[in-house]
Structures are given as C-alpha cells and as structure tokens.
Design a protein around this ligand. Structure first.
Ligand SMILES: [Zn+2]
Length: 334
C-alpha cells in the first residue's frame, strides 16, 4: 500500500525492516530535492502507527491524521522561520533540546513517536552535538527520520547511527508513465514535466499545481541566455547579488547554478543534434538557435567551470570570488 512512487529499493528496505523485529531507531533519507523524501517519511510515520492490516493503509484514523499533519506523535523539526522575527538559517540547539524533552514522554495517541528533521543538514554544530546525545541513548517507541539532500554535512557519528536510504530520480519514461496513470496528466504534458524535473516527481507535481513556477523558470532561463551579452560591471553586480543571497539562502543559489548547468548542457546537446536528450524540451527551438552561436568547446569548458564553482560554494570558500570568476568565464557568442 506504499504510495511513494519510483523509490522501490528504499520502500522494500523499509518493508523488510517493519516486518521484522529490527526496526532502526533512526533513518537517513538522502537524495536530491523533491525526489520523494518527505513523502516517504510521512508514509513511514503512517506505517509505524497504522491500525490497518496492510500498513500504511491510508484509511485508518492514525494514517489520516498523519496525512493531515495533525497527529500528536508525529513532529517535524525544521528551520524556524517565524516566532521572534529574527531570520534563522539553522535548526538550533534549543529546537533539538525541545525534541529531547518530548521524546522522553510516552507517545500521546499512537504507538510510536516519529520525529522528522527536515532538512537535517540545517542543524548547526551545537544542534548536531545535542542530537547525537539523543541518538546515543535512543528512547523506546521513537523513530527519527533525517531528511537531507547533502548527507555529507552531517557528522559521521550521526550518519553511522542511522540506517541510510538513498532516494534517486526516476527514469524519465517511468516518471512520465506515473504522471499519466496516477495523476491523470495528458501524455505530452507529462513528458515535458518528467523531462524538466529530470525524474523528480515531487518537482513535476509542484509545477503542475502552480503554473507560476513554470513561468518563473522560463524567465530565469531567458536571463541565463542574456548573461553572455552583459557588461563586466553587470556581471560583477550579478555575482555580488548571488553571493549575498548565498549567505541567507544557500539552497536557492545552488538551484540557480543547476539551472545554468542544465541550460548549457542542453545547448551542447542541441549542437550535437541530440534533441532527445535535452532537458528543456519546451524551449527546443530557442536552444537550437543558441547552439549555432557558440563554440561547443567553450560551452564544455564553461560547464567544467560551473562544476568547480559549485564545489567551492559547497566548501564555503569565498563564494563571492567563486561567482565572479564563474561569470567571467561565460562563453562568448558569435
Ligand atoms: Zn493505516
């Protein structure tokens, strides 16, 4: 009865664990953004509290209450954006201490307390240390679910105490089929979304539900298209903007770089006549025209620069400099 689509390996591992006596105290759900980690976490919370015959049944009271986000024993810890008006970018030690207190109590209404930490890599160092203490002496009737796109940012001692489940993007054809059969999308639309999402069903469904996302994405790509024509001053200003944003919203800047990589890879594919492999299928005509304006060697070299800049950003080595260098290395159009 698991409804998580396209993550058969992770689901099978969980089914085996739940059927046996050796359920882990903590699971690390790792994988790229919007690939299904939060959906799988919710289903696991349902499975351990389900009162139906075939957990998760999605029909019993606990399953329904968890789906609605109102079950008293299922708690999600995330970056606290509200409250005192300050901008938080971490999950704090106070939040983790609060978790420590709540898990020392028996479950209120279900069989098992489930603590979802999303994204787990947002725990700062102090929070990770505090969390490690809780993990070292796991209370009974508690399962911790750590969600992250960047497991390497978690302390090795935390990772080693979790059972790891890797979620991967689905093949485009399988994602297309799922969008048609389960969500009733028209074939062509399903294929475009499956390709644009690169097999991340959560992304495809979010865009399907919100046309604005599609519009914003197209605007961002047209901006990328115009960057090589911009003056040096404009490029430096852009690097400055991105570096400033990186301090506050890391993830959103890494997403921008992903979009750049997609765009330039598509140009290379269009130049080589590999129409079938391009990601931005809805912009195929523009990509073909753009491909004629660039030297493939330069595009390939810029893609390597992008990968290098991404590494530097992830290592937090002078983000501003990394972005400035990158914007100087853009291919030159004819
Ligand atoms: Zn149920």
């Amino acid at each position: 009865m698991w409804q998580t689509v396209g993550q058969d390996r992770a689901v099978a591992a969980l089914q085996r664990a739940l059927a046996g006596v050796r359920r882990a105290h903590a699971y690390l759900l790792a994988g790229p953004p919007q690939v299904g980690k939060a959906t799988l976490a919710r289903e696991l919370a349902q499975a351990v509290n389900c009162e139906g015959d075939d957990p998760p049944c999605h029909e019993c009271t606990p399953c329904r209450r968890i789906a609605a986000g109102i079950h008293a024993d299922v708690q999600t810890v995330t970056v606290d954006a509200s409250g005192d008006g300050a901008i938080h970018k971490d999950i704090s030690i106070d939040q983790i201490r609060e978790v420590g207190r709540s898990v020392s109590l028996r479950p209120f209404e279900g069989r098992c307390r489930v603590i979802i930490i999303d994204p787990a890599d947002a725990m700062n160092e102090a929070a990770q240390n505090a969390f490690l203490k809780t993990l070292e002496e796991p209370p009974p009737d508690v399962v911790f679910l750590l969600i992250t796109a960047r497991p390497q940012l978690l302390r090795a001692t935390i990772r080693s105490r979790c059972q790891r489940l890797d979620l991967r993007p689905m093949p485009v054809a399988a994602a297309t089929q799922a969008l048609v059969e389960r969500w009733g999308l028209p074939e062509r639309r399903a294929e475009v979304l499956a390709r644009l999402s690169r097999g991340r069903l959560g992304w495809a469904l979010a865009v399907q539900a919100d046309e604005e996302m599609m519009r914003a994405r197209r605007e961002a790509l047209m901006d990328i298209r115009s960057l090589p024509q911009r003056s040096l001053a404009e490029r430096f200003a852009r690097a400055g903007d991105l570096a400033g944003r990186f301090g506050r919203q890391r993830e959103s800047v890494l997403e921008v770089l992903d979009l750049w990589s997609q765009w330039w890879r598509d140009i290379l594919l269009a130049a080589a006549g590999c129409q079938e492999a391009i990601t931005n299928v809805d912009l195929a005509d523009i990509l073909r025209a753009e491909a004629a304006r660039y030297e493939p060697r330069q595009v390939a070299s810029f893609l390597r620069s992008l990968a290098a800049a991404r590494r530097r950003l992830e290592e937090n080595v002078n983000p501003r400099l990394a972005l400035e260098v990158l914007l100087l290395e853009l291919p030159v159009p004819s």
